[in-house]
Design a protein around this ligand. Structure first.
Ligand SMILES: Nc1ncnc2c1ncn2[C@@H]1O[C@H](COP(=O)(O)OP(=O)(O)OP(=O)(O)O)[C@@H](O)[C@H]1O
Ligand SMILES: [Mg+2]
Length: 279
């Protein structure tokens, strides 16, 4: 069953042209994408192709003026607590403790104090931050802040999690830990996740399907199924993982000119030397 249906969505910005003149800029054009209930779908694409624009529209933070987005078959008209948003910059309130940050959505929902405390305890434990409930964001590492942001989004129990490069600012080891934790949480809670990343490795590791976008204007080029078995711990070294990773990488190259032999074994280097493919 489709949880989210994105139908022929465009996003046109009005940008300055010099003086008082403005012109239209089409950021995304004719985007069609369905996300199944409980699915983990990741969007990858070059910088500026409209990934955040699309996610903001899904969150209801940006208007859908052309096309339609349906959630559970109903036309989406704005932000709602059925969707939790996790952005790259953590967006924690510095004057609130971990617990107070996690309870934010529950306060908005007018959940009584005692119940709020029980729920925030549960999610603080789930993301491995037991013992840190009374700390403030400045007392936490980047990875811990990211965990708080995840706990906060989960605490008010949205059915959909929208995540825009949530792990981009943490070191490689923490990133892999957070990916493992996210998959455990996803398996436990059955949420529908739409995840944006620049990392092909991350996209393939996490997802049921990967939507590859192209730029100018931003469109969905292809949606790749990831038939890797779960749980995926340790799967990164498998031949099948690398085959799919290469398939996505080739799509991002915008052509079929990549020489398989020259690529073999140097995927990580490739992400550095061809940043346009992954950034
Ligand atoms: N408020 C805005 N006004 C005008 N143009 C905008 C606005 N927001 C985004 N854009 C443009 O829309 C395009 C898509 O931007 P968006 O932030 O969605 O890209 P992205 O795929 O998320 O990129 P990145 O990977 O760098 O985060 C870009 O060309 C950007 O300059
Ligand atoms: Mg973005």
């Amino acid at each position: 069953m489709d949880k989210i249906i994105i139908k022929n969505v465009d996003r046109v910005y009005r940008v300055k042209r010099g003086g008082n003149r403005t012109k239209e800029f089409t950021a995304i054009k004719g985007v069609n994408l369905n996300v199944k209930k409980g699915e983990f779908l990741t969007i990858v694409g070059p910088s500026g192709c409209g990934k955040s624009t699309l996610l903001d529209m899904l969150a209801g933070l940006a208007p859908v003026k052309s096309g339609e987005i349906f959630i559970d078959g109903k036309l989406m008209v704005g932000p709602d607590l059925d969707r939790g948003i996790i952005l790259q910059g953590y967006a924690l309130f510095p004057w609130r403790s971990v617990r107070q940050n996690v309870e934010l959505g529950l306060e908005i929902k007018c959940v009584p104090k005692k119940e709020r405390a029980a729920i925030s305890d549960k999610y603080i434990n789930l993301v491995g931050l037991q013992g840190f409930a009374d700390r403030f964001p400045y007392e936490l590492s980047g990875g811990m802040k990211q965990r708080v942001a995840i706990a906060r989004a989960l605490a008010y129990d949205p059915e959909v999690l929208l995540m825009d490069e949530p792990f981009a600012a943490v070191d490689a080891q923490t990133r892999e830990t957070l990916q493992d934790e996210l998959l455990l949480i996803w398996e436990k809670t059955g949420k529908t996740i739409v995840f944006v990343t620049h990392s092909i490795d991350e996209a393939v590791f996490l997802s049921d399907r990967v939507a590859v976008m192209t730029i100018n204007p931003g469109r969905i080029k292809e949606v790749v199924s990831i038939p890797l078995p779960r749980p995926r711990h340790g799967i990164r070294t498998s031949a099948e993982f690398n085959r799919i990773r290469h398939q996505v990488w080739k799509l991002l190259q915008n052509g079929d000119t990549v020489n398989e032999k020259s690529y073999a074994g140097c995927q990580d280097i490739a992400e550095v030397i061809f940043p346009s493919a992954v950034l």
